[in-house]
Design a protein. Structure first.
Ligand code: GYE
Length: 357
């Protein structure tokens, strides 16, 4: 409030100076005023990894909505187009621009030590959001906020286990393919591990793990070739919604049906994220049988971290977001994992209507 008042006052003074026939006596003076105005904002450089999925679009929107000038921020947004080199260049530019904070949504976990050291040497706090970084010294970033991707994977695998137990499907009759996310991204590493561990433990036939890069186009392409390679696939574990959309297209174009009735030849599609359009609607139609939620609304969370830092307090180093698991099937209503109990949200149109993303 104080800040916006100050900005308004400066702007009014400028307008008055100009309208009273005055003008800035030098370029330098004009630049000073400009600098004073920009000093009134907290400048945040955000290196977003790309625009590969619906989740990512919701995440970008959430960040842009949080870091507005009305909220006292100037956001410098850079899209890395799924390339780490672009993200490293963006961070270096933010350092040159002397931003107040750097926010990084890293495409993969490794390879950040050098550039984060440069940010640290420049005295700029770095907040990691969504996926994690794997660095030798964790003082290279201030804190991280995101999801527990391995837990998401474990929940999904436990849901599949309970479902097949209740439907009396033998573990050796479960023939799974995993369309993985971008290799080396935390969301891929955790979700892949959640499934692979459960497959070993339960004796499922995990036939293939192939990356679909979190995109619909790649998900489709990968599923087409998997369908040619294997004629007994009955579960497709897609590491995000967009890959699931692509896989569904490939399955339907091959003349097969997606759904939960695997005993009668349907191919069950499992997914992660749960973005309202269109993934949740697909769950209602049983095109996707189960979704482990991944919450993209990190804007307010990162903003709260910056506010805490501005106020001189120390935010938690790691903050995990609570997430649900959704299915329209009522066969499994709850899960128990490592002593923790999770309800399965049985999806209805009302629940979808109430969701904000
Ligand atoms: O699941 C996927 C996106 O890192 C959690 O990235 C994120 C994942 C999300 O492309 O849709």
């Amino acid at each position: 409030m104080k800040k916006s008042l100050a900005i308004i006052t400066i702007l009014i003074l400028c307008i008055l100076a100009i309208s009273c026939g005055g003008s800035f006596s030098s370029k330098e003076e004009a630049a000073n005023v400009e600098e004073t105005v920009s000093n009134e904002y907290i400048v945040v450089g955000f290196s977003q990894l790309g625009a590969e999925s619906d989740w990512r679009s919701a995440n970008t929107e959430s960040m842009k909505a949080a870091f507005t000038t009305e909220n006292g921020y100037k956001l410098i947004f850079e899209d890395g187009q799924q390339k780490q080199t672009n993200q490293i260049t963006a961070i270096r530019t933010f350092i040159q621009q002397e931003v107040d904070y750097i926010v990084l949504a890293p495409v993969t976990e490794t390879g950040w030590d050098t550039v984060l050291q440069e940010a640290k040497d420049a005295g700029i706090p770095v907040i990691i959001v969504d996926r994690m970084v794997d660095v030798s010294d964790d003082s290279l970033f201030t804190c991280w906020v995101g999801s527990d991707f391995e837990l998401e994977g474990k929940k999904m695998a436990e849901w599949l286990k309970q479902y097949t137990l209740k439907e009396k499907i033998e573990p050796s009759d479960i023939h799974i393919v995993n369309i993985q996310g971008t290799i080396g991204a935390s969301a891929q590493i955790g979700r892949t591990k959640g499934l692979a561990d459960a497959a070993t433990e339960n004796g499922w036939d995990l036939m293939a793990e192939v990356t679909g890069d979190f995109t619909q186009a790649k998900g489709k392409e990968v599923m087409e070739s998997l369908l040619k390679r294997y004629d007994n696939i009955n579960v497709v574990y897609c590491e995000n919604d967009n890959e699931a959309f692509g896989a569904i297209e490939a399955i339907e174009e091959a003349g097969k049906k997606t759904g939960s009735d695997i005993a009668n030849g349907e191919i069950m599609v499992l997914s992660f994220d749960g973005v309202k359009e269109d993934a949740m609607n697909y769950v209602l139609q049983d095109k996707i049988t189960c979704i482990a939620e991944c919450n993209p609304l990190h804007g307010p969370r990162v903003k709260a971290i910056i506010e805490a830092l501005e106020a001189g307090s120390t935010p938690e180093k790691y903050s995990y977001v609570d997430e649900e698991i959704y299915s329209a099937s009522e066969v499994v209503k709850n899960l128990s994992l490592d002593g923790t109990h999770y309800d399965v949200t049985i999806l209805t149109q009302d629940i979808i209507d109430q969701r904000s993303y």
